[in-house]
Design a protein around this ligand. Sequence first.
Ligand code: AMP
Length: 185
Amino acid sequence: MRIVLLGAPGSGKGTQGEKIVDSFGVTHISTGDVLRAEVASGSPLGLQAKEIMDAGGLVSDEIIVGIARERIGQLDPVKGFMLDGFPRTLPQAEALDAMLDELGQPLDCIVLFDVDNEEIMTRLLARKRADDNEDTIRTRLQVYSDQTAPLISYYRDQGKLRVVKGVGDVEEIFQTIRGVLEDAV
Ligand code: AMP
């Protein structure tokens, strides 16, 4: 199973992603986690990314696609994967499709977490990560709607988009996602 989790910051991709990994045994790839590890290690890439991340901006497509290419190249094709936080721009989505086409392993399904902005703001303010202050959150939401939301129609046009309401009981949301994923593969 090869899937992408799509949704605004705070829409539940992290929480549901863990459950998907536990239940389906897919490999979890989070470009945000990779970048945070680079920041923690003090690598040149980390130093470059930190400022952008703290401000709520997007790290360049070139860097991100490089990270994704490296991770995806190392994957066990039998286990499949779940991408979380990638792709975030149209060029990233196109690069991903091209790399998966080359491998003969196209995406099965894209799960869109549908949560309104007010709920997102409440959740993110409660979360308290270094890049979660109110100004940064606004920037991140703006970046999402400008740069990432266009992926919704990109994947809808491919017939691979599935929309899940991301509000309510965590377990109920997961059962909905489980049904969606079982239908998709
Ligand atoms: P996340 O944990 O997915 O919310 O990512 C944290 C931060 O890392 C984002 O706010 C971006 O600054 C950066 N980042 C993560 N993934 C990407 C991506 N696919 N494209 C650009 N920047 C990214």
